[in-house]
Write a protein that binds this ligand. Sequence first.
Ligand SMILES: [Zn+2]
Ligand SMILES: [Zn+2]
Length: 1005
Amino acid sequence: MLSWIQQRWAALWLLVAAHGALCLFLYGFFPLKYHSGKLAHMDDLPNFINGVSIDGHEVYNSGENSVILMVIDGLRYDFATEEYMPFMGELLKNKSGCIYVSVAEPPTVTMPRIKAMMTGSVSTFADVALNFGAPAVRGDSVLRVTKSRGRRSVMYGDDTWLRLFPGLWADSDGTTSFYVTDYTEVDNNVTRHLDKVLAPDEKKKPSFDFLVLHYLGLDHIGHLEGARSPKIKPKLLEMDDVVKKIYAGMRTWDRSGILIICGDHGMRDAGGHGGATAAEVLVPLVIIKSDNFQCPHPLGPGPTVAQVDVAPTVAWLLNAPIPGDSTGRILPSLLPVDYRQHLYLLHVLAAHNAKQSLPANTEFYQQFKRAESQFAHFLSTGQESAAKIAKDFYEESLEDMSKYLTETTTDFDLFAIGIAIFVLYILTGALLCVTLYSFQQDPQRKTSVVRQHRSQASTIVAFAIIFFLISSTLLISCFISETKSRFCSFNPIWSIGFIAVSLAVTAGYFVIKSAIERTKDLSALRELNAIDYLLIIGTLFHSWSFFGTSFIEEEHMTWYFFWNTLMFFILIRTIVVVVVYFTKRWSGATEFQDKLDLRDKMSSVGISIVPQWVLLIALHRYLRTMNQTGDRWLFLPDTADWLNAPENSFYLEAHIVIGTILTFGVCLWNVRHMNNFMQMHSALTVCATACVFLYRISTNALDTRYAFLKTYDPVIIVNVFWGLLIFQVLFELATYIGMFTKCGFKPKNNRNKFTYTKPKAKSEDYFYDEMDEPWNFEEVKLNLARSLTHIMYNDMMLIIILLMRPHNVIMVPSIYFTCVLTSKCLDHKFLDSRTARRTEVADVLSQALVHLWIGVLFYFYQGNSNSLASVDLGAGYVGLREYSEVKVALRMGLHAYAGPALAGARLFCALTTAPSITWNQYLQSVWRVINIFALQRVYQLVIYCVIATIFRHHLFVWTVFSPKLLYDFVATVFSMQSLSTIGNIVLLTHVTSWFARLFTYKTTL
Ligand SMILES: [Zn+2]
Ligand SMILES: [Zn+2]
């Protein structure tokens, strides 16, 4: 088992296993079932009320109607005013239309909202994850019941509808919702059908019964430019024209036309949505009827309604039964005036809800029963007072019923959650042990080879026994707890999951066991100083802070506080060290007198660090004001708002230019770590930067007097950019294999560069050791790793510059400067009078943690948060003409996690350039850093999973805790991705040196 923890990539495998456990946790936390499979029929309509007979079909009939549901994506409540939509405002003012505030349940994302409107049931949080996949709805829906009644449904707009309800449309034309950069085409695609579809036929009837129009343009403007964009108003005026057109069309019909205008969700001022703020949750719901309609709410908007109310309303208007899982009510202004009809409808709704497994002992159920008897009384006697009482009773019980049904639709798979947390705990323990093991000064790797060989067979037996024990324990607990969990269902897929869990636990057990046995010497940790402890304690404490919901919503505050404390500590420590040195020196302490290089360092570096540090603090203060994030103070204006105002475009352009040029400078500075053909790398960097500028010009972010530059196609520019980056990597690899040397190019041989040197000539005293390569392959490998890591870092900076919003470009070089300056100050030997200390471990630990901190810090500076609303969709479409799920997801991910990615990459660059480092030392530090990163991730994960489980009935579980879980999921995926990239670089060096050995240098060996 020893080999397992000596395996340098053990942490990576443990991280992958932890990700698997997280998936199991999410499965248990976000149950996927949201429909009972109940399909509604007209025969379900009750024909007796408490024994009094009534003709259900006749009373339920709402007459001949055609319904138009016009969904304007992202239409929030304050957009539905007379200023933005004058025609609609006029109708509302003279009460020929009715407006309601409707509440969209979070997650406020399109797909779950459409589902809610069509099925009438609140969807679970899992829908967010499926938002992009949109699998078909299998339960009952308005579209199914209307189709079963022979109605024609037509759909124009967002094709999510077509994917959710396939085969239920008589006619449709879908536009893809994913191409966010398109504001006009998506809407024209809908409007161009209107003339034809609204025109009445010879019987003066429209060709449809139910028409859905889904306009996406407004939401797209919001995502890219925010809710205060000057483009919002023209777009809303365009929507108002559509309303006017529909209204005029409806009046030519011989039947009643009902137009329902609503937003699927709102948008934040910054433009995103997904969270639970008022701007996202409150949407207008407007009802306009073609004939003699008078809104019954004389003052202002009607009562607040729920988004799920659309489903029963539309179903009833089309004379179809109420969808099976619906929990909504019928919009009050459409309810018939006739008491008999009105009460019957209320009864149908209440009876429908009561059938959805409501406990009979609740107050609202009793209220329903009382209402029923009053209704029966009214039917048999015709007493109006009884009708009024019945109406009140029905309404009260309906309100409580919907509340109850919304709250109890989720049931957690606690068994799966428990198992997942248990596995995560074991894996955290294993990672901790592996990390501590890797901290040993000199891991005794060559321990008795004989003993290891002897134990090989017994190891396998031991593994099998433990595996058997663990899986049988799991099996027994499955049966004893009599859980209904799918985990214990033992169908083929879940059996694989079962075996995987047992394997992970067994492997974790052995890793812990052998690491504890082998970890003997942790003296390296004695070198930790106060700042290291601050870093460690801060990192550990941070995960526990999530017990408060505000700490999740305002997580950036925690990090800003941590960072300021750290900056302050470092500054004080540097000043103290320098001052102490000089006082001692001047007072004549002998120990310092003869160390000249230390004096130079103290006087030049030690003093200059203070002004640099002050500048850094100023820079961070500025970056902090750039994007307002979190929840509570989100509405406050920030620097980004100011920069994006049209009158300040000069400063915005200055930000782009300065940010890009500084990044370019950093890239050129890094080129010195690449191979002999430095000119080539510099030229490629220049071209790539030129592409970035051209892209900014062609997307109008930068102004130029050369107008022809603006006509360039951004997609082509970005493709050229990719080409340059890929070429650079291939070129580097080709050089290392020795291709160019073989073709006759002789690179100049200087230090730090790549050349394969010939083996020493065999002489008498030449001692040939198998471990020692006669060629300097190891040195070349290190050079290649250094070169590739820097190319990766440079490319990543350039790509992120391309993806960033204009005002955020400045973040990229800022990360570099922060990392460089901070790691210099944290170096344990820096400004230290004592020499001969072994501080590698302490250095690696503090560097890894501080780079983690810097990464998270910039993650928040950039405007990210733990709410789904801050996901920037725009970055996903840079340089894309067609929608491609993978490409968009990768771009969005890299953009969102730009801070952590850049800080991490910079750390790995620093590892390769440590002074007088050997290949083995390099591998050792990479190993330690990967362990620390993986440990931190899994530690945070396990604590958060426990917190989410404890708070699963908390009021904010779907608005605060769950989005954070999704963020954690993505963060874990990206840490796996980035750590395996480093693994790949090491792998690539091995492969390249193998190639070089095999082909290029074969003859000379
Ligand atoms: Zn939407
Ligand atoms: Zn949207």
